[in-house]
Design a protein around this ligand. Structure first.
Ligand SMILES: [Zn+2]
Length: 386
């Protein structure tokens, strides 16, 4: 067994699990030991045990790898023209997803694998070490199953999103499409998926449809997640809380009842500020959520339509600058919070027993993630230069 001592850490953000929702544990002159890919010991350089190898990071800051709990990486084509039109004044609506559906259906498996691989590499360069990937641009039995099989090559956290939008061939038969999603499509998708998700929004799926789809997934052993309250107020957040889902994502338009339901259920509110940035929309009120005792995660929502960024450091900077989170809260939400949103206790933190997924920043403190937005600060990921 080979052990590695990472030492000379100017600031180590360990990011515990609950209840330190808003705190980051920072220690000067910190060190930790890695054995078999896990953190085996955490302390100061002075007290560090002997190890087979030593890696001195020269006073730089170390954080856990980011856990991006919401992405849509299985797609083909891009929608740069749509983005340009939106920036010229057109409003974002759910229908643009169909453009990507057509391109994705036409792509080969090899093209889809290459696209996911390219984005995973891009994410890793920006410090992301765990990622959730959704299907949702196939919307046929065959294309959803193959999208999930592609995603499975890269992560265990794969999510069946057959209920992304109603595809054009079912435009006049939404009930027929829901029957397909909860029947043959779920049968084909379930072996490749850990989670099931629904886009519960005007123009996509309503509350009853979302409930039926989530319960059908639960019957097949899939955990539920939900896109909700992104484009306007709606029933999605309360539905997620009622069903005890681990996370509900977007949460941009919330009523007081939604906030208290989130607090009381423990369902995590995953905020995706890259979407509001990219669609020039109002941001979710993260400050009120955190102050109300709601657990908040941050994720990229990387997708070719509403938010084509893969950068968790950008999400942290936006959360601090635009959503009034403190830098500590934002870091926690992008690491430990993302892990909780995926029901995982082995990632998103650097404590004894966790996976040794760590990021060395070219900075003396994690504060620089928000203080220096847009600057490529990630120097190393788990011992490898980026
Ligand atoms: Zn999404």
């Amino acid at each position: 067994m080979t052990s590695l001592l990472v030492t000379g850490i100017g600031e180590l953000a360990t990011c515990g699990t609950e209840p330190e929702v808003a705190s980051v544990d920072t220690r000067p002159d910190a060190a930790f030991v890695v054995e078999r890919g896990r953190v085996a010991w955490v302390g100061t350089s002075r007290e560090a045990p002997a190890a087979d190898q030593v890696h001195d990071v020269g006073g730089r800051a170390v954080i856990p790898g980011f856990v991006d709990s919401h992405s849509h990486l299985v797609f083909a084509g891009d929608r740069a023209e749509e983005f340009a039109a939106r920036m010229a004044g057109e409003r974002y609506a759910a229908g643009g997803i169909r453009t990507t559906v057509a391109a994705t259906r036409a792509a080969t498996d090899e093209q889809l694998v290459a696209t996911v691989a390219r984005h995973i590499t891009e994410m890793r360069r920006q410090g992301t070490t765990s990622v959730e990937i959704k299907s949702g641009y196939g919307l046929t039995v065959l294309d959803e199953a193959r999208g999930l099989a592609v995603a499975r090559q890269f992560t265990e956290d794969t999510t069946f999103l057959g209920a992304h939008v109603v595809p054009p061939e079912y435009a006049d038969d939404a009930p027929g499409y829901v029957a397909l999603v909860t029947g043959p499509m779920l049968d084909a998708a379930a072996p490749h998926a850990r989670w099931i998700d629904v886009f519960c929004e005007t123009g996509a799926f309503d509350e009853d449809q979302a409930r039926a789809i989530l319960l059908a997934g639960r019957e097949r052993g899939l955990g539920g997640r939900l896109h909700a309250n992104q484009l306007g107020p709606g029933p999605g957040v309360r539905l997620a809380c009622e069903l005890g889902l681990v996370a509900v994502d977007h949460c941009t338009y919330l009523a007081d009842d939604d906030v208290s339901a989130l607090r009381d259920s423990g369902t995590i509110a995953t905020l995706l500020p890259g979407v509001e940035f990219s669609t020039r929309s109002p941001y979710p009120d993260a400050r009120s959520l955190v102050d109300a005792g709601v657990r908040v995660a941050l994720a990229s929502d990387c997708n070719p339509g509403s938010c084509y960024t893969s950068s968790m450091p950008l999400c942290v900077a936006l959360a601090v600058r635009e959503m009034r989170m403190t830098p500590a809260e934002a870091l926690w939400s992008a690491t430990a919070g993302g892990a909780l949103a995926l029901g995982r206790d082995d990632v998103g933190r650097l404590t004894v027993g966790s996976r040794a997924d760590y990021v060395v920043l070219d900075a003396p403190s994690y504060l620089h993630l928000a203080y220096r937005p847009g600057v490529p600060l990630v120097a190393e990921v788990s011992g490898s230069p980026v």
